[in-house]
Design a protein around this ligand. Structure first.
Ligand code: P6P
Length: 336
């Protein structure tokens, strides 16, 4: 009798093995950066566990507090901030931290560490109560202040092109960690039964033609004529409007399928709503590495100057064809 062939499908490449096997090719090949990425992955698993049970553990909803931006904090904003801060401090690879949820730079006390991290621990958290995907965004720099001393403001204000790594975690239908160290963009999907991230999206490239546009059109009454014309262009090209009000969710869709995310300066946010250091820069690093473009309407976001740790910016990010069309309209018409 013919023996039935036993098929044991490969598990795939874990994040840990990917980091280790690619460490030498990282521009900043040090064990510390690899360990730092592992610490972020660990914290994301803990935050995900809180998110999936938010409705059951009385940790959904508002925290009756506001963050440094004056925005109402969700309970999970505070929890995510605690989890990531604690994981990065205990991991020992980070000399200082900037968090959207905390006004001042967090001195981790690990003054011998080489890296600093800027992050939005939980972006889009107002969506949690209604089960819309939310995300964590992080950006990693090599400190410029002397190792062994306390971190300085300048460690965080080096500019977008000085990032050594950037990424996000999307807590959605599945949990996916996407990051770059300047050698392309890779995505890792969380395998719950193994408790590990497995490589699922290798060398992500954004399609040059977009099929989506993501914009809060409730602000359209104050859009410039250029932006109004561009959105009309998107509609004329039969792009689908997709806007979750959750940057990581909207950005990830456009990164994979092709599209454009638009958050212009508005009357409510004259300098832009999104934060340059820990939202726009990391997303722009990922964008560029995936063959897409990110600007603030006049310059590549990665070249935009940052003057303060909570500086804001407008953000246009997405497929080359759409971004070139937008840039053309800006050049021809009134500035955004
Ligand atoms: P609006 C969430 O607060 C956030 O920072 C991003 O995640 C999201 O894209 C944007 O703001 C949504 O802002 O004004 O459209 O609700």
């Amino acid at each position: 009798m013919q023996e039935k062939e036993i098929v044991a499908l490969p598990v795939g490449i874990t994040l840990d093995r990917f980091i280790s096997s690619n460490q030498d090719s990282f521009p900043h090949a040090t064990g510390e950066l690899s360990q730092l990425l592992r610490d972020i992955a660990l914290a994301s698993k803990i935050v995900n566990r809180e998110i999936v049970r938010a409705g059951l553990a009385d940790i959904a909803g508002g925290a009756d507090s506001t963050n440094v931006q004056g925005e109402a904090q969700q309970k999970l904003d505070v929890i995510a901030d605690i989890r990531f801060t604690r994981a990065l401090i205990n991991g020992g690879q980070v000399a200082g931290l900037v968090s959207e949820e905390q006004e001042a730079i967090i001195d981790t006390g690990k003054w011998d560490a080489k890296y600093v991290v800027a992050m939005d621990p939980l972006d889009g958290s107002s969506n949690i109560d209604v089960n819309v995907p939310v995300g964590t965004i992080f950006s990693i720099y090599k400190r410029i202040s002397a190792v062994g001393t306390k971190v300085t403001n300048e460690d965080f204000l080096q500019g977008g092109r000085k990032q050594v790594a950037a990424g996000y975690i999307l807590y959605g239908a599945s949990m996916i960690l996407v990051y770059t160290t300047g050698k392309g963009v890779n995505g890792f999907t969380y395998e719950y039964t193994l408790g590990d991230f497995i490589l699922s999206h290798k060398q992500i490239k954004t399609p040059s033609k977009g099929i989506y546009y993501s914009c809060n059109e409730s602000n359209s009454n104050t859009f410039t004529s250029t932006l109004t014309n561009f959105i009309q262009y998107c509609k004329s090209r039969h792009l689908n409007a997709r806007y979750a009000g959750s940057l990581v969710c909207d950005f990830h869709r456009n990164l994979l399928k092709g599209g454009i995310y638009l958050y212009p300066c508005t009357v409510k946010a004259p300098n832009g709503k999104l934060r340059l250091l820990y939202e726009c820069y990391p997303m722009a690093f990922i964008s560029e590495q995936a063959g897409a473009i990110s600007t603030n309407g006049s310059t590549d976001i990665l070249d935009a100057d940052v003057t303060a740790i909570h500086s804001r910016s407008c953000l246009y990010a997405g497929s080359v064809s759409l971004m070139k069309e937008l840039e053309g309209m800006i050049t021809a018409g009134v500035p955004m």
